[in-house]
Design a protein around this ligand. Structure first.
Ligand SMILES: N[C@@H](CCC(=O)N[C@@H](CS)C(=O)NCC(=O)O)C(=O)O
Length: 84
C-alpha cells in the first residue's frame, strides 16, 4: 500500500478525534488535522449529526469514530490494532 497523509476533521479536545489521531500514529500513518466550523453547512455535509471526527481518505468521507479507526486500521501498513 502506498504511504499517504489522511485528513482528520475535528479538534484534539474531542476524545473521539484524539483516538482517531492516535490510531493513525500507532499505525505509522500521518494525518492532517482539519478544523471544522461546528454545525455549519460544510460540517453537516460531512456528518449528518455534525459530530467529529470525520476521516477524509481514499476519496471517502467517513464519519463515526469507530468506523474511522477501523478504516485506518485496515488501510495503514502498521501492525493491527490490538482490539480488532
Ligand atoms: N458516535 C460519534 C460520537 C462523536 C462525538 O460525540 N463527538 C463529539 C466530540 S468527542 C462531538 O462531535 N461533539 C460536538 C457536538 O456534539 O456538537 C462517533 O463515534 O464519532
Amino acid at each position: 500500500m502506498m504511504w499517504r497523509v489522511v485528513r482528520i476533521h475535528g479538534y484534539l479536545i474531542s476524545t473521539w478525534t484524539r483516538s482517531a489521531c492516535m490510531t493513525c500514529l500507532e499505525k505509522g500513518g500521518t494525518y492532517e488535522l482539519v478544523p471544522v466550523a461546528r454545525g455549519g453547512a460544510e460540517h453537516l455535509a460531512m456528518h449528518p449529526f455534525a459530530r467529529m471526527p470525520v476521516l477524509e481518505a481514499d476519496g471517502l468521507l467517513i464519519p463515526e469514530g469507530l468506523a474511522v479507526m477501523g478504516h485506518l486500521d485496515e488501510t495503514l501498513p502498521g501492525p493491527g490494532a490490538p482490539a480488532r
